[in-house]
Write a protein that binds this ligand. Structure first.
Ligand SMILES: [Zn+2]
Ligand SMILES: [Zn+2]
Length: 232
């Protein structure tokens, strides 16, 4: 049998293995229905930045005091030990089975949350140094995976980095804004673009997506949302 046919045949002939409990499942994704029902969800979140709020509050105090440049964020999972492990396997180990699983669940959750269809998706850009070190652009891969699950929603690498930025999670909060300020520029923008989403694997302080959204708004984009797998 030609080697190229093997992955195709195994995909259709063999059941998936649930990534949570390890059992075979006939579900169309790598998670059985029982485990899918127990996956960490996000309850009562700020509509703008996605941080946890009281149920009666549509937005957190930080957003009410200083509104972020992006209009709405749509985090998929709470950042707990299990989702943190999946993210590490996907991003650092390029485990595409985990990537596919996260994309499947996230696409379902976006639909369930009522996320509207943008004109295009913009993967948060990765610096060439990081790409060489990691060998894998996880945000671009994630965008492609979501596009496939969303009737081929267009992806366009609108943004580029103008300089190297340090890893935000390794910096104290007070230095994160300065780290990304002025670090994004528009590479090219398809005509008639009005509504875009930034695709990022994890949203922690939100400074990176906020700065990217600021640049996009300045360039005339009317609405910028953030799609992120995890919210710290
Ligand atoms: Zn399971
Ligand atoms: Zn907020």
């Amino acid at each position: 049998m030609p080697r190229s046919l093997l992955p195709l045949l195994t995909q259709f002939a063999l059941p998936h293995v649930c990534l949570v409990c390890g059992r075979y499942t006939r579900a169309k994704l790598d998670c059985c229905p029982e485990c899918e029902a127990t996956l960490p969800t996000l309850e009562a979140r700020c509509l703008r930045c996605g941080l946890g709020v009281e149920r009666s509050m549509p937005m957190c105090n930080a957003c009410l005091l200083a509104m972020p440049s992006f209009d709405q964020s749509w985090p998929g999972f709470e950042r707990v030990a299990m989702t943190e492990r999946w993210l590490h396997q996907f991003r650092r180990e390029a485990n595409l089975t985990v990537g596919r699983f996260l994309s499947d669940i996230y696409a379902r959750r976006l639909a369930a949350m009522g996320a509207t269809r943008p004109d295009l998706m913009i993967p948060m850009p990765m610096h060439v140094i990081d790409y060489c070190l990691q060998g894998f652009d996880h945000n671009r891969w994630l965008s492609k995976a979501l596009s496939k699950r969303m009737d081929h929603l267009p992806i366009y690498p609108v943004l580029k980095l103008t300089r190297y930025i340090k890893k935000q999670h390794r910096l104290p909060t007070e230095l994160r804004w300065a780290n990304v300020r002025g670090a994004y520029a528009i590479r090219a923008m398809p005509p008639s673009t009005r509504y875009v989403v930034l695709v990022d694997d994890v949203m922690s302080s939100g400074h990176s997506v906020n700065e990217a959204a600021r640049v996009l708004k300045k360039a005339g984009i009317e609405r910028v949302d953030v799609w992120a797998l995890l919210r710290a």
